[in-house]
Design a protein around this ligand. Structure first.
Ligand SMILES: O=C(O)c1ccccc1N[C@@H]1O[C@H](COP(=O)(O)O)[C@@H](O)[C@H]1O
Length: 213
């Protein structure tokens, strides 16, 4: 069992109480969703106000779905982000990384071991379940991956596990999948888009407390 501290990203921050819980309980990254069809969508101006309250020890991640350069430039002109989390093709992700000069995390939808990439050309890959065919967004659906698919998988690049995690299952997910870092949105909410500070506290604690059995 690994004793490495699990990295934690809390995604879809829309208001101060959720952000304060991330700061108080020690999240490594907070995510702002710039995808209008999400219940966690916030404008660049709202993100700017929240970002001003984030200490340097926590990195700010902007989440974009198939963004064009204009949309990215508009947000980045208003909010200081540290990382771009993208739902797009690998080719476009590389283009964006080169053009905007920020580290890129690329979401990889996984349904079987054959979907696990051999290599990574960006800073990190987010390993997530393939969304349901009728989903209106490519993530944030509270849908979990079969963690057994990742058991013993040790890629030579940085990655993170996402999808359907919550305070009750994250310890087991980390133990089975060997995930060095985890990402959560729906699993720490009291309503879509509204984070629950107590759930954030428990999620972060349990992500870093190895589950046994
Ligand atoms: O959170 C959203 O609304 C969202 C919208 C579009 C793409 C991704 C989104 N969220 C990301 O999805 C995963 C898993 O979310 P959940 O914990 O299952 O709700 C997470 O990486 C979020 O960053």
């Amino acid at each position: 069992m690994s004793s490495v501290r699990t990295g934690v990203k809390i995604c879809g921050i829309t208001e101060e109480a959720g952000l304060e819980a991330c700061v108080e309980y020690g999240a490594d990254w907070v995510g702002f969703v710039f995808f209008e069809r999400s219940p966690r969508y916030i404008s660049a101006l709202q993100a700017k106000a929240l970002a001003a309250r984030v200490p340097d020890s926590i990195k700010k991640v902007g989440l974009f779905v198939r963004p064009d350069d204009v949309a990215l430039g508009r947000v980045l002109g208003q909010v200081e982000l540290d990382i771009l989390q993208l739902y797009t093709t690998p080719e476009r992700a590389l283009q964006i990384q080169a053009k905007f000069g920020l580290p890129v995390w690329l979401s990889i939808p996984v349904a079987s071991q054959a979907d696990l990439p051999q290599q990574c050309m960006v800073e990190r890959l987010l390993i997530e379940p393939k969304p349901p065919t009728d989903a209106t967004r490519p993530g944030g659906n509270a849908q979990r991956l079969n963690w057994d698919l990742l058991h013993g998988w040790k890629p030579a690049y940085s990655w993170m596990l996402a999808g359907g995690l919550n305070p009750e299952n994250v310890g087991q997910a980390v133990a089975i999948a060997g995930a060095p870092a985890v990402d959560v949105s729906s699993g720490v909410e009291s309503a879509p888009g509204i984070k629950n500070p107590d759930a954030i506290a428990r999620f972060i604690h349990n992500a870093r407390t190895p589950a046994v059995g």
